[in-house]
Design a binder for this molecule. Structure first.
Ligand SMILES: [Zn+2]
Length: 256
């Protein structure tokens, strides 16, 4: 049976997975252990899909508490996330959000009911600074901005950064739980202070080069914030936002 999940191996032991609704997550497979970064919308049986890719002991870590990364936690006995994002997780994994997701998912009646009623355990507090998988490691980088408890992961052995929602082609900072744009900019500069050559983002299919993210970083400045124009984000029309392009092809959207 088709699982609805697909993946591509970006480099040895690093799998960029796409869930049935199109959001990405990353599986890191070391020699002794595996780590899953994010869990997608929770539509489809993610745990059995991961089981088809690796049988190593698995740790699951959430980049932050939004539904499109965290709802899939319903398939796992436990996941970890920074405690700062627990209020976000509680707000975004309830029934109302599940009903909104189901409008895009096209599930059959029984699967719909299961999805709506599935228990989801609260994430355990993420306290590790680094996960060692033997041959691969994942260093936790705290990047408050998109949400207070957002993290990225640095995989030094592959010179790779896993961005979480701290960067996408359109980076969103307009949620009530988002922090001020200058706080985000400081977090982004902190990310860029680490050694990596390539990056993966959860809403971008292709691998992103460091050089491009450096251009984006250079655009995060007072002149850019001042030139940001009012914008309308479909599905979030009730929020007053401003937007600008820190570099061509990437947009930053923040609360007006
Ligand atoms: Zn998010």
């Amino acid at each position: 049976m088709k699982s609805g999940f697909t993946y591509r191996e970006v480099c040895p032991g690093v799998l960029h997975i796409t869930d049935p609704l199109g959001v990405h997550m990353t599986l890191l497979v070391g020699r002794e252990k595996a780590l899953l970064f994010d869990t997608g919308y929770g539509v489809g049986n993610l745990l059995s899909f991961i089981g088809s890719l690796t049988d190593l002991p698995l740790t699951t870590v959430l980049s932050h508490g939004h539904h499109d990364h965290a709802m899939g936690a319903m398939h796992f006995p436990s996941v970890r996330m920074l405690a700062e994002d627990l209020p976000v997780f509680r707000k975004y994994t309830g029934r109302g959000q599940r009903e909104r997701i189901l409008r895009q998912a096209g599930l059959k009646a029984q699967a719909r009911e299961q999805y709506l009623s599935a228990a989801i355990s609260e994430p355990d507090a993420l306290e590790e600074d680094c996960f060692y998988l033997d041959g691969l490691s994942a260093r936790v980088l705290r990047v408050p901005g998109h949400t207070p408890g957002s993290i990225a992961l640095l995989v030094p052995e592959r010179e790779l950064l896993l961005l979480g929602d701290s960067w996408n082609r359109e980076t969103w900072l307009f949620f009530p739980e988002s922090l001020p744009v200058r706080t985000y900019a400081a977090s982004f500069r902190f990310l860029m202070s680490h050694p990596f050559k390539k990056a993966l983002a959860p809403h971008v299919e292709e691998t992103v080069d460091r050089e491009y993210l450096l251009q984006f970083e250079r655009g995060l400045n007072e002149a850019g914030f001042a030139e940001a124009k009012p914008a309308i984000i479909p599905g979030h029309e009730h929020i007053q936002v401003r937007a600008f392009e820190p570099c061509p092809g990437a947009r930053l959207v923040f609360r007006a």
